[in-house]
Every structure is written in structure tokens, then in C-alpha cells.
Unconditional design. Structure first.
Length: 506
């Protein structure tokens, strides 16, 4: 088979996790990253792993909950990659960007090889906190990476901060309510839909050797609040939410087909990068005119399929980002997919290969690397058994569902070569933003809402509402009767009275 020597190929994958409660024995994130790198080097069949690592042109790391200043530089020193440039990407930079940009540089002939690696040790942090300790890390070199990537804009609008929003779950839950209302679902139907979808995710996680939770849950166990599965932000219980208290790492070794051939890497293990697309247009949740639709996801998703020369029906495996259910549903919609379970006709399209972030584990700012490793495993396994091309798609989210990335991988080289596209400008041109009012008094119509549950304080309702003059406003209520009402009947579309940061029934 003739392959363009500049075609980017994934030649080595490595992922690992630890479940150690004893801090004296648990490994820190750097150790987990190095483990994943060595596994990826061994996975590149037919080559001397040390030779492959020493010749790397670039090492990129997405930032986790650790304090290393230049982790890529530390990795480069340990593996002997003296000429590798180093990259550190902050939270808010799409994880898919690090993968896609490495492939773009390879396809352009700018570099021949790259390593994308990351880790987070949330379980280690949680264990230390329970004991009143701190999960310390050994001192690293105090240099800085060659490239530091930061998001261009702040994640939260000042009005969202003023309303007391600190964690993204509140905004994701508001988007979820708007999605439910737009679909015309009742609260009961919506609860059942999310439960059945995530039940299937848990079943897939049970069969994934790298999953953190290898236990299947019923739809009722997932969607019904309980002592072990408390409500977090209505309608999300704990089992609807990403599980980031995990110790997991992953590494991806990428190079050009020409480099892979020169190194003697067995082509049977190559996974071809077909397309990588992204939308980086930032818009706060409060300013989005349509809370239930994402223009950026639609444009980036469509561009990924078109770039790979495929339709969604030709994608054999999907891994849609699953920090919260609305992210999965948003990307499914963007790709023209509809997830449903029909027992009679057995019509179901799985939207994850890992089992999703609540069950497989959602290592902070690193999950896309884990998912890409799992996708590569499945493509390899199936293409080895059947003489036909196999394709997988992995999606990425950042900035509370405002940034979107899609990567398409194949067992055969893409007919038109690797495609990279940034649709941020197109997204911005097609996006209509609303003015967010920080101190609104008057009547408004609820566009989306949630009820925040915190074990440290009483529940509070949070609404995002449309004002008569076309603006948006956020407000809270701690009225128990109102909170009970909005959790048992649809509140989107209701008229309320807003009094600055507070609201009441009109």
C-alpha cells in the first residue's frame, strides 16, 4: 500500500492507572506519565522504544492538578529527547488541539514525531485530604516550556461569578434543562432517558479493562438520588457527572508514515489520523441565544466528517465527551446521531467506547488522551480480524461546552490525506450573543434552570432568564416551596420576578 510519507500515524499508545490509598506508596502524576510513555514506546511494535523516544521533535502535556512548571521538559530529560520542543497547555485549551496540532505539523513537514502525554492523580489528592495531608510532588527543574498555551478569554462571565457560580456543573445543568424543554420532554421522560443512556455507559465501562468503575448500574440507580448517589445539580446526580478523583495517565506517540517506516515500526499497528477539527470561539453560557444548540459543535463535527471523507454512519466507534450528559447529547446532535434504546429491534448506537467519564474515569484535563488510546485499541483489534477499513471518532469539550474538538482515526490511510480545520471564525460569524445584565429588576421568562445541592448548605434554585428587552439575567432563590416545584414540574418558559441576584414566582 502506498502511503504519503507525511501522513500522521499513531504508532504507540500507553495508558495506566493506580488505586493506591497509601500516600507513601502512591505514585505522583509525573511517575504515571512516565509509565504511560514507556508503555507507548513498547507498543510501537518492531522498533527500539528508546530510539523512538530520543528522536522526538515535540512533547506536549495538558495541565492537570499538579504544580510542575515544565513537565514536558522533565519527560524529555528522562527519556533523552534532547532536541524536543516542550508544550504545556492550560485548562481551557482543547485536549484535541494538542493531538490535532501535532498531526498538522507532521502533515506539513514541520516535525516528524511528537508525544502527547498527560496524567492526573485525583484519587491521590482525595486520599491525602481525608487524612489532613497534602499530596506532595518532588521538586522539578524550574525552567519553563518552549510554548505555553492559555485560553484567550475567561471561562465565566462576571454575572455568573456574581451569582455565586464557581463550578461548571451549575451551567451544564442549566443547558440540560433547556435541552429538555426544546425537545418537549417531561421531567419523568428526561430522567428515564438519561438513566437508560448512562446505564449503557456503565455496562460498557464494566467491559473496559482501563475503566475506574467496572460496575454496571441500572437506570434507576443512576437517575434517582440516594445517600450513595446524591443530587448535585438538578437533574444531575453524582453518577451523571465526571468522576475526576482518579489516578490515570495516557500517552500517544505520533509520527509521519515515512518516519515510522524508517524506524521499522510494524504498519499493522499504525492508526491513521484522518481529520482533526476544532471551534475555539468562546461565549459564556449566559450570553448564548440558544442554550440547546451549539453552532461550534455542528460546524466542527461536520468539518471532521467531511475532512475524513466519511458520513456518521461510516464511523464504527464513537467516543463523545461525557463530562455531563448535555455534552454527549450536544455532540450527538452535531454529528446527526440519535441515541436510543429499542429492545425489540435492538437499535442502539453506542456513543462511548470507554464507558464515559462517570464510570471509566475522568482524569482532570486528560480524558481525551485516555479515550484515544481505547479507540486505537478497538480499531486495531477489529481491523486485524476483518479485511476492511475501520473508523473511530473522539470528541473534546472545553469552556463549558463552548469549545469543541473532533478527531477521526482510521485503520487505513485517508484517501485525501490528513485534514485539519479550525472553524472558530465561522462559528463567531454565525453566533448571536445576548447582553447579560448584572442587576436586573422586573419580569423575565426562564430559559434554563437548575437546583444546586450542597451537603454544606440548603439547596438553592438558579435561573437564567430572558428579559423583555432581549437581555439575559441570572438569579437565585432559596424558597423551599419554589425549589420543590421546579424539581417536579417544568420551569423553563415560566415567568418570574427578578430582584437583582434573587428571584421569586411572578
Amino acid at each position: 500500500m502506498s502511503v504519503d510519507p507525511r501522513q500522521p500515524v499513531l504508532v504507540g499508545i500507553g495508558s495506566c492507572m493506580q488505586r493506591e490509598d497509601d500516600l507513601t506508596r502512591s505514585q505522583e502524576p509525573m511517575d504515571l506519565m512516565l509509565q504511560a510513555v514507556q508503555l507507548a514506546a513498547r507498543d510501537a511494535v518492531g522498533v527500539n522504544g528508546a530510539q523512538l523516544l530520543k528522536g522526538l521533535n515535540q512533547i506536549a502535556v495538558p495541565k492537570g492538578r499538579w504544580r510542575y512548571r515544565n513537565p514536558a521538559g522533565e519527560i524529555a530529560r528522562i527519556i533523552g529527547a534532547d532536541a524536543a520542543s516542550t508544550v504545556l497547555a492550560s485548562v481551557g485549551v482543547l485536549q484535541q488541539f494538542l493531538i490535532g496540532d501535532a498531526c498538522r505539523q507532521i502533515a506539513a513537514g514541520e516535525i516528524e514525531s511528537a508525544l502527547v502525554v498527560g496524567a492526573d492523580a485525583g484519587h491521590r489528592i482525595a486520599c491525602a485530604k481525608k487524612r489532613g495531608q497534602r499530596a506532595t510532588e518532588r521538586q522539578q527543574e524550574e525552567d519553563t516550556p518552549d510554548v505555553s498555551l492559555e485560553p484567550a478569554e475567561e471561562l465565566l462571565h462576571p454575572a455568573e461569578l456574581r451569582a455565586g457560580i464557581r463550578m461548571p456543573i451549575a451551567l451544564y445543568a442549566i443547558l440540560e434543562s433547556a435541552w429538555r424543554a426544546k425537545n418537549g420532554w417531561t421531567l419523568d421522560h428526561h430522567r428515564q432517558h438519561l438513566g437508560v443512556m448512562y446505564q449503557r455507559f456503565s455496562e460498557l465501562a464494566a467491559g473496559n479493562p482501563q475503566a475506574w468503575r467496572r460496575q454496571a448500574f441500572s437506570a434507576e440507580q443512576i437517575s434517582e438520588a440516594s445517600d450513595r448517589n446524591p443530587m448535585q445539580a438538578f437533574p444531575y446526580t453524582r453518577l451523571h457527572c465526571t468522576h475526576w478523583n482518579v489516578d490515570q495517565s495516557a500517552a500517544l506517540l505520533l509520527c509521519s508514515a515515512g518516519k515510522a517506516q524508517a524506524l521499522g515500526i510494524d504498519p499493522a499497528g499504525w492508526i491513521y489520523a484522518s481529520a482533526s477539527t476544532e471551534s475555539n470561539h468562546m461565549l459564556s453560557v449566559s450570553a448564548r441565544s440558544d442554550l440547546a444548540t451549539s453552532i461550534g459543535a455542528r460546524l466542527a463535527g461536520r468539518a471532521a466528517l467531511e475532512g475524513a471523507g466519511l458520513s456518521s454512519s461510516q464511523i464504527d466507534w464513537m467516543e463523545l465527551y461525557s463530562c455531563f450528559p448535555i455534552a454527549v447529547q450536544c455532540h450527538a446532535q452535531a454529528l446527526g446521531l440519535e441515541w436510543r434504546q429499542d429492545v425489540t429491534r435492538n437499535a442502539r448506537r453506542d456513543l462511548t467506547v470507554t464507558g464515559g467519564m462517570p464510570f471509566a474515569g475522568g482524569p482532570f484535563n486528560n480524558y481525551v488522551l485516555q479515550a484515544t488510546c481505547r479507540m486505537a485499541e478497538l480499531i486495531r483489534q477489529d481491523s486485524a480480524l476483518q479485511d476492511k477499513s475501520r473508523h473511530g471518532l473522539v470528541s473534546s469539550v472545553s469552556g463549558v461546552l463552548t469549545k469543541h474538538g473532533f478527531g477521526v482515526w482510521s485503520s487505513q490511510p485517508p484517501a485525501n490525506g490528513f485534514a485539519f480545520k479550525d472553524v472558530s471564525l465561522d462559528t463567531a460569524q454565525q453566533t448571536v450573543a445576548k447582553v447579560v445584565l448584572e442587576d436586573f429588576h422586573g419580569l423575565a421568562v426562564v430559559a434554563g434552570y437548575t437546583v444546586l445541592h450542597d451537603k454544606e448548605q440548603a439547596p438553592s434554585a438558579l435561573v437564567l432568564a430572558d428579559t423583555a428587552n432581549g437581555g439575559r439575567a441570572l438569579a437565585r432563590s432559596s424558597d423551599p416551596a419554589l425549589i420543590d416545584r421546579v424539581q417536579h414540574s417544568e420551569f423553563c418558559g415560566a415567568t418570574i420576578a427578578m430582584h437583582g441576584t434573587l428571584f421569586s414566582a411572578a
